[in-house]
Design a binder for this molecule. Structure first.
Ligand SMILES: [Cu+2]
Length: 193
């Protein structure tokens, strides 16, 4: 009788460990596959002489190019729209044509769909010479390199699911073997009784 209780306790311990591992795997999964902005031209915090004809951004992964997936808003300090046409995606590269002229701080707000299917968005600024309101050189621009937190992280990364699924299969097999062995051990004629 105490043997059976002991077995149940051990199976419970295995199951608790199993669920704990699954929890850890899925909690950590979403951070694995996000694409992030790794560079741009003009760069974050750059000071240029005139508004360039286009802005290019380079990401760490191949972006999804679907209608409505990508959105870029470029405005001057007064909020005037400086974009010309839609952003163009080419692999890991995004190009946004600009028009007009600007002086002072230019803000680039972007949203792309990461290669793992998640939307990623952030913004950065650079400045165009000719405006007294521009912060003096030496003031550190706020870095935008840090990966933005995704608003819709729900553990849906394919990679995470695959790893999680494989882990569950292996652990489940282990539990089954454990239970079968325990049963065989118990059903064997015993001299200890
Ligand atoms: Cu993601």
């Amino acid at each position: 009788m105490s043997q059976e209780v002991h077995t149940r306790l051990r199976v419970s311990a295995v199951l608790i460990g199993l669920f704990a591992v699954i929890g850890i795997v899925f909690a950590g999964a979403p951070a694995w596959a996000h694409d992030e902005l790794i560079g741009s031209d003009p760069a974050t915090g750059a000071r240029v002489d005139a508004l360039p004809a286009e802005i290019t951004m380079t990401f760490s992964g191949v972006l999804m190019d679907e209608p409505g997936a990508t959105d870029v808003v470029v405005t001057d300090a007064a909020g005037t729209d400086l974009t010309s046409g839609d952003p163009v995606i080419d692999g890991t590269r995004l190009t946004q044509q600009l028009s007009g002229s600007a002086a002072g701080e230019v803000t680039v707000i972007w949203r792309v769909v990461s290669s793992d299917g998640h939307p990623v968005s952030d913004q950065f600024t650079f400045s165009v010479a000719g405006d007294a309101a521009v912060a003096p050189t030496g003031s550190a621009p706020s870095p935008t390199a840090a990966a933005p937190a995704d608003p819709d992280m729900a553990g849906t990364d394919v990679t995470g699911w695959l790893w999680g699924g494989a882990l569950v299969a292996v652990l489940a097999a282990g539990v089954i073997v454990f239970v079968v062995v325990e049963r065989k051990t118990r059903s064997r004629p015993s001299s200890r009784d």
